[in-house]
Design a protein around this ligand. Structure first.
Ligand code: 5GP
Length: 147
């Protein structure tokens, strides 16, 4: 038989929500994109400018990425973080990997002013669509400085 029980889940696995975002099937406040990576605003942000950076390739666990894919993602995240810092007044861009909700590797980049700002148990901000759009456009513009 050309397929085995082991391949069954792969054949019928649905795209992750982030793959749908990459394909444009679900809208996102896009910040930057390369052939391999994509950055967009988190829909439930801890802070204004809270961004998710992902590989387009659908891999669940960040540390299952191949070395070159992982290194490329981190370098992309660095440029995005520098761009966020230009736009959002903050002390640092905090970096976190959680991955308990969406099974598609991603790095959180969160503008912070203190350690408590990177606590994912904090209440999320409600930011209207117009402001989310403006934030993403401004960060996307700043990102052009790091190409
Ligand atoms: P984690 O998997 O790291 O625990 O959390 C996933 C993150 O993805 C959460 O911060 C959540 O707000 C964000 N998220 C989940 N679904 C969507 C979505 O459809 N669009 C966007 N922009 N962010 C999402």
């Amino acid at each position: 038989m050309w397929w085995s029980l082991k391949s069954f889940p792969l054949l019928f696995r649905m795209s992750s929500i982030f793959s749908k975002i990459v394909k444009g099937e679900i809208p996102s406040y896009k910040i930057a994109e390369t052939n391999d990576y994509y950055a967009f605003l988190d829909i439930n942000p801890l802070a204004k400018g809270h961004t998710l950076v992902i590989p387009k390739k659908e891999v669940d666990y960040l540390f299952d990425l191949k070395d070159d894919e992982y290194a490329g993602l981190q370098l992309f995240a660095k440029k995005v973080a520098l761009a966020i810092k230009e736009v959002i007044p903050c002390t640092r861009i905090g970096v976190a990997v959680i991955g308990l909700e969406v099974p598609h590797a991603h790095i959180h980049l969160v503008p912070i002013n203190g350690m408590g700002d990177l606590n994912f148990a904090n209440p999320k901000l409600i930011i209207d669509a117009a402001e989310m759009k403006l934030i993403s456009e401004n960060i996307a513009k700043a990102f052009q400085n790091y190409l």
